[in-house]
Design a protein around this ligand. Structure first.
Ligand SMILES: Nc1ncnc2c1ncn2[C@@H]1O[C@H](COP(=O)(O)OP(=O)(O)O)[C@@H](O)[C@H]1O
Ligand SMILES: [Mg+2]
Length: 508
């Protein structure tokens, strides 16, 4: 007796369709699964036998052969359990209902419970594209699956529920579409808490407005971490497509919950400096996304940047340029997107007071140099904005005046982003930081004075081509915040001012 049931699989972020074919025939009792299953898939035999027993159904005393097609794609994990279970029941004629147009994904446990799985969102998105009518998912994944419009989602709690549904005894109700709540930034961290520091705040506003990378450098206690942690409060909202892209990565990493089935605010990831290269950039034998991809469409904050392993940081260089991480394995190549703003924070030396106007640094010049050299030239080059955070002034700390709120700053950021959205319509570019070299001239028109100034700076400072590009992009954002389509001299001057640290600290 033959039966066929649809399932879905996942490799990296790419979902694919799987046909579970089963044949039950007379012969020596056995249960085989073929079609490049990994060890976890092969073990589903034991889970299915036990789950059937839990439903008071005896496993057939016959030769049972399951094929997972396409046979040349590796299948991994427990995601096909529910489909194999259904296929067994259909081949045994315990269920006669048609299951055409349905797909099944979910792990089954020994007592018949259906357990949550990772990666439901990209699989359901593929199912909809392929015209699947209904997907049966673990009940715990139902909210995540219901984010997708135009496909029926059934959340299944256990094997008995599935059987009564298809026997028409007690139909499972399809899930209602999950509509994410209006995105509101609810965290309590606000720039109004930071006294003074106008220079640093302005720089972070520019970073948020153009999607630029920024490096904060200053003495311990000057407020670097405090400033960086307030970035999410001034970032523009995610578009729905961006939200889905980011959610997919969190979905395959198993980070979604029924309460937050979709990521609706820009991620802010701040991994500890002891993180491994694979943890930061992605990797592992089944390649998983790293922090840089979990931060996709948001911020990756590396606090105490100089404490990170130097090689780990260097691995970030390529992904920062390409906006994606590619991981090669014998089983194939996986690509994860990572369009991020990188915010770094560091002390200028081991004691923290090198270059400080008020306190003497106790480090030897060699020690300072060794400390700074943890950040290589090419990595430093990738920070569009260098922000020197001076110790807060006593007058600022004790002032009675209120500081500007994040909500206010965010209004200017959003207005500047709107100009960018108009400018880049019809291109894949979403913000100034992402302008490609070939489009730079067209999108960054300068008046004569601005041109003269940047030429002078280029010659005088011996800028690299990358530094020049980045200054121009930052000037573009400063002009946008100023509501000016043409980049003027003062915009260039301000942008150059944010590239001063390499000369002050790294020059010697
Ligand atoms: N400008 C400021 N306004 C208000 N409090 C500040 C300011 N700068 C620093 N602080 C206080 O000092 C603490 C230490 O700041 P932190 O951000 O951890 O410094 P850093 O990361 O530069 O070492 C903060 O938690 C905050 O209480
Ligand atoms: Mg800190």
């Amino acid at each position: 007796m033959f039966a066929k049931v649809s399932s879905l699989g996942l490799f990296g972020l790419n979902a694919f369709h799987v046909d579970v074919e089963i044949d039950i025939s007379r012969g020596n009792p056995q249960f085989d699964i073929v079609g490049l299953p990994d060890a976890v898939v092969r073990e589903s035999r034991d889970r299915i036998r036990a789950a059937l027993r839990a439903c008071s159904i005896n496993f057939p005393v016959a030769a049972v052969m399951v094929n997972l097609a396409p046979a040349d794609t590796k299948k991994s994990g427990s995601v096909h359990d529910m489909a194999i279970f259904m296929a067994v029941l259909k081949a045994m004629r315990m269920i006669d209902t048609e299951t055409d147009g349905c797909a099944f994904i979910g792990e089954i446990s020994l007592n018949g419970d259906i357990r949550r799985i990772n990666g439901v969102l990209p699989m359901v998105m593929l199912a909809r594209e392929e015209g699947v009518r209904a997907v049966f998912v673990p009940a715990e994944n139902a909210a995540e699956a219901s984010v997708i419009d135009g496909i029926e989602i059934y959340g299944v709690r256990n094997a008995n529920e599935l059987i009564s549904h298809f026997r028409g005894q007690e139909p499972i109700k399809p899930s209602e579409r999950y509509i994410p709540p209006e995105t509101a930034y609810t965290d309590t961290l606000d720039f109004a808490d930071v006294r003074g520091q106008q220079f640093a705040k302005k720089a972070l506003e520019i970073a948020a407005a153009g999607g630029h990378n920024a490096l904060l450098i200053g003495a311990p206690g000057s407020g670097k971490s405090m400033l960086a942690k307030r970035m999410p409060s001034i970032l523009p909202a995610l578009t729905f497509d961006e939200a889905l892209e980011t959610t997919k990565i969190h979905s395959i990493s198993g980070l979604l919950t029924p309460e937050t089935p979709i990521i609706t605010t820009r991620p802010f990831r701040s991994p500890h400096h002891t993180i491994s290269a694979a943890g930061l950039a992605g990797g592992g034998s089944i390649p998983h996304p790293g922090e840089v991809s979990l931060a996709h469409n948001g911020v990756l904050f590396l606090d105490e940047l100089a404490e990170f392993d130097r090689r780990t940081l260097e691995i970030l260089r390529q992904p920062l340029e390409d906006r994606k991480v590619t991981i090669a394995r014998s089983s194939g190549t996986v690509t994860y997107p990572c369009t991020i703003m990188l915010i770094g924070a560091m002390n200028p030396c081991p004691c923290g007071y090198y270059g400080n106007p008020k306190r003497k640094c106790t480090c030897t010049p060699n020690k300072v140099a060794a400390y700074l050299s943890k950040i290589s030239g090419p990595l430093l080059d990738r920070f569009d904005l260098h922000i020197e955070v001076a110790p807060v002034e006593f007058d600022d700390l004790s002032a009675k005046t209120a500081e500007e709120s994040s909500a206010n700053i965010r209004k200017r950021v959003v207005a500047a982003r709107q100009l960018q959205t108009e400018r880049f319509r019809g291109t894949p570019i979403t913000c100034n930081a992402l302008i490609t070299a070939d489009k730079l001239q067209g999108f960054c028109p300068m008046d004569d004075d601005a041109l003269l100034l940047i030429k002078g700076v280029f010659d005088r400072l011996g800028l690299s081509a990358r530094a020049y590009d980045r200054i121009l992009k930052v000037a573009r954002t400063i002009a946008d915040l100023d509501g000016s389509e043409v980049i003027r001299k003062n915009h260039i001057a301000a942008a150059v001012q944010y590239r001063s640290l390499d000369r002050k600290y790294w020059a010697g």
